[in-house]
Design a protein around this ligand. Structure first.
Ligand code: ZN
Length: 394
């Protein structure tokens, strides 16, 4: 009697644009340990906060829509804290623990002391300060424009340089999640709406609106738990590709209207802490950011000594820096898709090398960068880490 040999399962590898492809671009080896490792789950600070703030914005939208929390500003202790704990509990059930200096997980009297030094819980730590700023700054303007939240996008692409018997699959899947704003909601909105104001100040948006053939259009939205990247920096480019690709994925959905523009919210800009402000200070000196400060803000930034408390920058400046409009461009869309094909090819190549028996550290690229490495859990055994110190706030 002969036993039939089970054939290899047919898999189509699926890549999330932010969770996989952008994470890989940050550092391949970190991505490998993070996602495909047998180590206990832990998360670089940047990733934990990105997930957290995304969840907080989504949940806040639902509270605004369904629970009649219509009036802003929301109170931190009685309202925002509830949203935060919902998201924290959800993340914890996926094994994602908050970094101790970032979020106070205290839930009530039964809770043991936890990691905070004193017992006056709950503490409003960095993640909470940012959540509050994000909700109260953008909630009143953004939530009334949302037509559909947490829209799941998915597309299939040819595996780059597919080789029979070597490649894992001849296709790969690419996914993303966005909020969608519709022209209908945009037209209904109050003329005091800040997002509408910024949209109409954007020359490419106005031009696209004039040329539009259909009477409906969409704007897609995503949230970033980071500061606004410098012009031309890797993140600046990667986020551009991300939004182009999202608009392509959205266009594949039968119920969609043309996407005119994408909006990214860089939510750290609403409340900059030391590391972010240091970067901004450098960018202002080098003139390498697209939203430059004027007068008072400029002086506060340039004169700030990192030994002192971070200065309070003006609200219009903070708002403007926290929103980035990305207009859709067919040519650059093709290029963006190609860039992500290349990333998938690299990841698949690393997986194949590992499966063939090459050690992990030699199979995956690293991308040493001081801030990424400082926040990375694997720095102590990474051969190329640029870190010299312990965990910092993102
Ligand atoms: Zn605490």
């Amino acid at each position: 009697m002969s036993l039939s040999v089970r054939s290899k399962p047919y898999i189509i590898p699926e890549y999330s644009l932010t969770g996989d492809l952008l994470a890989y671009l940050t550092c391949g080896l970190q991505y490998r340990y993070q996602n495909k490792g047998t180590l206990p789950p832990s998360m670089p600070i940047q990733l934990w906060f990105g997930d957290f703030i995304h969840g907080v914005m989504e949940e806040s939208y639902l509270k605004w829509r369904d629970d009649d929390w219509k009036d802003f500003p929301w109170d931190w202790e009685t309202q925002i804290r509830r949203v935060e704990l919902d998201i924290h509990n959800r993340m914890q059930s996926r094994g994602l623990q908050p970094p101790a200096n970032l979020f106070c997980p205290f839930q009530g009297e039964s809770e043991h002391q936890g990691l905070c030094p004193d017992s006056h819980h709950p503490h409003k730590l960095v993640a909470s300060i940012r959540a509050e700023a994000a909700i109260n700054t953008w909630g009143p303007h953004l939530f009334p424009l949302v037509d559909d939240n947490e829209v799941r996008l998915k597309g299939i692409r040819d595996m780059p340089h597919y080789q029979k018997g070597v490649s894992r699959s001849n296709y790969y899947g690419v996914t993303g999640i966005i909020d969608v704003l519709s022209s209908v909601k945009l037209e209904e909105a109050s003329n005091k709406n800040l997002i509408i104001k910024y949209l109409h100040q954007d020359p490419s948006f106005r031009e696209k609106l004039e040329k539009l053939e259909s009477d409906k259009y969409e704007v897609i939205v995503d949230y970033k738990g980071m500061k606004r990247p410098a012009i031309g920096s890797p993140s600046w480019k990667h986020h551009y590709w991300q939004v182009q690709t999202y608009s392509w994925l959205r266009s594949l959905q039968p119920d969609s209207s043309p996407v005119l523009i994408g909006i990214l919210f860089y939510l750290n800009e609403l409340s900059l802490f030391k590391e972010d402000l240091l970067e901004l200070q450098r960018e202002v000196k080098e003139n390498s950011t697209d939203v430059m400060p004027t007068e008072g803000d400029r002086e506060l930034i340039l004169r700030w000594n990192p030994k002192n408390k971070t200065p309070k920058l003006s609200e219009p400046f903070r708002n403007l820096r926290s929103i980035r409009m990305i207009s859709m461009d067919d040519e650059l869309l093709a290029q963006s898709l190609k860039e992500f094909d290349n990333v998938v090819e690299e990841i698949e190549g690393s997986i194949i090398q590992e499966v063939d028996g090459q050690v992990i550290q030699d199979s995956w690229k690293t991308n040493p960068d001081k801030r990424t490495c400082d926040a990375c859990d694997y720095k102590t055994f990474c051969k190329t880490s640029a870190s010299t110190k312990k965990l910092t706030v993102p």
